[in-house]
Design a protein around this ligand. Structure first.
Ligand code: NAP
Length: 493
């Protein structure tokens, strides 16, 4: 059976970044398990029309691999994917990727002190397992009565069917989140009729996106430090957004800006009322777009707010019995964030799955380690999501931390590290305390930031630089260090 020192699940930003770090640290005995036939994670899967990052390009890239060629200040998906593939290639990651390899299960073998993996390509073992699949990898399609009986075309925004032509069709879009507000304006001009099913109106802000100028391209190519300075400026400017999540008065200005855009773009008071959020700005992800409201105002678009009772052969029925005939249903309904499927596949020391241990409320130590699951590290694990800054910053912080753990294991000659339950509990109590009073819990909305137990298990609740400080060094005092590596058997004389 194949054995590797480290197995990484996923090849998005975090998997690729981790692999580059391992290579830099001289580690060669590792594999990346990728269920698809190409790398890229969420940026490979989300190819829907109009997909673009809502974090500025300079900041949404690795700090060690700046890209002076971004076409605009907020990059479109194909460019980000190209960037990620270019970086993976340049740093020699690709030979370590096992494509078409899905991890079905991972069980901790206490006697051997290793992970036993069952994958779609057969079994393997690894000393260390790094779960880098992220929280946006498994699309969520709601369980609406009658969905299976629908005879038309249906797909999720993260699995866009580019073969299917929407021209002239009657299309239903379910969901009005970060993805829908980007693809609806793109498909509106081609579809015949569109019904947009909105459960909760999002807070929408003007989008500051613009093309990069020739001057900027030349400057950043000749003077990389100028781009790094710009990156730092953007980073610190976005850090200040945190105060809005914590202080209602600080949210007033942004709220006014959002309402002004709504008023300017939607003159019809009836439609405006439907689009006005009844919860506080920031409670759900704030969505930057100038195109959402104008698209909804077009004569071939209907905003439906009555909900959905059932789906039939060729229609969607509202609770009042109104039936809308549709050819295609597009789900912009998000992902399994607080119930990540990998949690059902990983069994720790006591044989329980992570899903059983978490029981609907994921928690970890520094977003990385879970007590009872030795040598397992998450990247973009619980409480590392952000509403204000770049996730790549959090990913790089976590990569540092995990690399520190692996170095400490080597240095101290131990085979296992398992976070102490009390360290994990104290860390999470601190996070709960930091979350108190923030807009995510007091803003009057429900969101994927809050799990089914009512706890914030998704968002890092404060500035990101303290997270960087906390993850700079691997704090082995918070861990139980396991059995020493066996001494090498002396060669027979
Ligand atoms: P999302 O933001 O979670 O939005 C899901 C939408 O589906 C919400 O409007 C939700 O309504 C609705 N919905 C869910 N279940 C429903 C049901 N049963 N009936 C009716 N509506 C339902 O998902 P997403 O748009 O795919 O975005 C997910 C995350 O991906 C984002 O938060 C962001 O982190 C990331 N993302 C980023 C970008 C970017 O950088 N530009 C773009 C896309 C996605 P409720 O609000 O009522 O729950």
């Amino acid at each position: 059976m194949t054995h590797h020192r480290t197995a990484i699940v996923g090849t998005g930003f975090s998997g690729i970044g981790m692999a580059i770090r391992l290579l830099r640290d001289g580690e060669r005995d590792f594999v990346l398990l990728e269920r698809a036939d190409a790398i890229g994670g969420t940026w490979r899967d989300n190819t829907y029309p109009g997909c673009r990052c809502d974090v500025p390009s300079h900041l949404y890239s690795f700090s060690f691999a700046p890209n002076p060629n971004w076409s605009s200040t907020f990059s479109p998906q194909p460019e980000i994917l190209r960037y990620l593939r270019g970086v993976a290639d340049r740093f020699g990651v690709l030979p370590h990727v096992r494509f078409g390899t899905e991890m079905h299960s991972a069980e901790w073998d206490e006697a051997e002190a290793l992970w036993r993996l069952d994958t779609s390509q057969g079994p393997m073992t690894a000393d260390v397992l790094i779960a880098a699949q992220g929280p946006l990898s498994d699309p969520l399609v709601p369980d609406i009565p009658g969905l299976d009986s629908f005879q038309g075309t249906k797909f999720h925004s993260a699995g866009w069917d580019h073969e299917h032509r929407l021209d002239g069709e009657r299309v239903a879009v379910i969901g009005t989140g970060a993805s829908a507000i980007q693809f609806v304006p793109r498909i509106q001009p081609v579809v015949g009729q569109m019904h947009v099913f909105q459960r909760t109106p999002p807070w929408v802000m003007p989008h500051p996106n613009r093309p990069m100028t020739d001057f900027e391209h030349k400057l950043y190519r000749r003077l990389p430090s100028a781009q790094l300075a710009m990156r730092a400026g953007i980073y610190w400017a976005r850090e200040t957004f945190v105060v809005q999540f914590r202080n209602r008065r600080m949210r007033k200005l942004a709220t006014r800006m959002a309402l002004r855009q709504l008023e300017q773009q939607v003159p019809d008071p009836g439609l405006r009322a439907k689009l006005t959020p009844r919860y506080e700005l920031g409670c759900k992800r704030i969505l930057p777009t100038d195109e959402w409201y104008p698209a909804l105002m077009q004569p071939n678009v209907e905003l439906v707010t009555e909900g959905i009772r059932e789906i039939r052969l060729d229609s969607i029925v509202s609770p009042d019995g109104t039936e809308r005939k549709v050819d295609t249903i597009i789900f912009g309904t998000g992902f399994h964030v607080t119930d990540i499927p990998i949690a059902q596949r990983v069994r720790g020391r006591d044989g329980r799955t992570l899903a059983e241990t978490w029981d609907g409320s994921p928690s970890a130590y520094k977003g990385a380690a879970v007590a009872g699951y030795p040598n397992l590290f998450f990247l973009v694990g619980p409480n590392t999501g952000l509403g204000h800054n770049s996730i790549v910053f959090m990913i790089e912080s976590q990569i540092d931390y995990v690399a520190g753990a692996l170095a400490a294991m080597r240095r101290r000659g131990v085979r296992t590290v398992d976070v102490r339950p009390e360290a994990q509990a104290a860390y999470n109590a601190e996070l709960d305390e930091m979350t108190k009073g923030t807009v995510w819990v007091s803003g009057g909305c429900s969101s994927y930031y809050i799990d089914r137990k009512g706890r914030n298990s998704t968002i890092w609740p404060t500035f990101t630089w303290p997270f960087r400080r906390r993850t700079r060094e691997f704090d082995d005092g918070a861990y139980m260090l396991g059995a020493p590596e066996p001494a090498p058997v002396p060669a027979a004389a």
